[in-house]
Design a protein around this ligand. Sequence first.
Ligand code: ADP
Length: 375
Amino acid sequence: MAYRIGVIGGGQLARMMVPPAIHLGLDIRVLAETEGSSARLAATQVGDYHEVETVLAFARDVDAVTFDHEHVPQDVLRTLVDAGVAVHPSPEALAVAQDKIVMRRRLSELGLPVPDWAAVRDAEALGRFLAEHGGSAVVKTARGGYDGKGVRVVREADGADDWFADLADGEALLVEELVDFRRELAQSVARRPSGQIVAWPLVESVQSDGVCAEVIAPAPKSAGRLAEAAEAIARTVAERLGVTGVLAVELFETDDDRLLINELAMRPHNTGHWTIDGSTTSQFEQHLRAVLDLPLGDTRPHDAWSVMVNVLGGPEAGTLAERLPALMADHPSVKVHDYGKDPRPGRKVGHVTATGDDLDEATYRARAGAAFFEG
Ligand code: ADP
């Protein structure tokens, strides 16, 4: 009988797990939030992932459950585990990715490099942190932030008063030093429950307004010690937190040549989309292999360079599909990915990847293709 995998969440990450599931002969099922989800091709059920009964019924006849996002509540996850469902990553590992304060605390305990940070509950505590850190800092909501939402640079003690006012009892905001970084990097690895770990090359991610805009693989000028240090960090995180499946570690390369961990994602990640067209084993295939505890695939790149450019927003008039024929005609060398989502300003609706021997040329082709698709 085929291996059966259940994915909770019907976004583009679940959607992109479908092609490798088909290639490997896996039976993939998705619990989607809406009828028209990005992963509708594989959505076997539409339901609310906050409801224990819904999730239990979905998980009952699959070999492993995994996720398109990190928002499934802990009580739901633990009920699945108690019912004997194989949940990957585990609730314990996911808890660290679900809350930025828990993440900072655990990484600090493990001796891993993170920006200076504190959990603060009021303007007075924020003011103290600012005074100790040159008068500027970054404040983040602990939960629910994405694509830069819930992240704010502050220079005054009252700069987060609106967020403090919204905190429930026992909640806090994360405040951390405003890092002077040269660039942002990301290191992805995949780990099986039985322990095997593989890494992809370290990549550079270019952010625009807190949203990933482009990814260059491998990160330019990263051969040698930088790549080794990043891989060692990601392997340590995966092993010590017991992460199963794909783990992406977002890193800052500081102006004074240190690597600091910004974020963890315990699932395929935007900075790994290039692997679909640029690596022997894509992050989506690898995630499925890993959560089913199957041997992991080779991560070698096909080409010297892969450049992935996000398609954000989409055309003001019409759909991406309407632009497809002209895009194909004018940009035959790029790989186009449409997430099947309605265009909306700033929304990630697709991406374009170009690969080749020359970085400038691949960058040009990927940007031109994405710009055309965007309209
Ligand atoms: P999200 O969870 O919304 O992706 P992040 O914590 O990754 O939020 O922050 C989004 C972006 O904000 C980062 O990619 C980086 O560009 C910037 N940023 C976050 N934390 C810091 C920091 N401590 N210092 C400087 N810039 C930061």
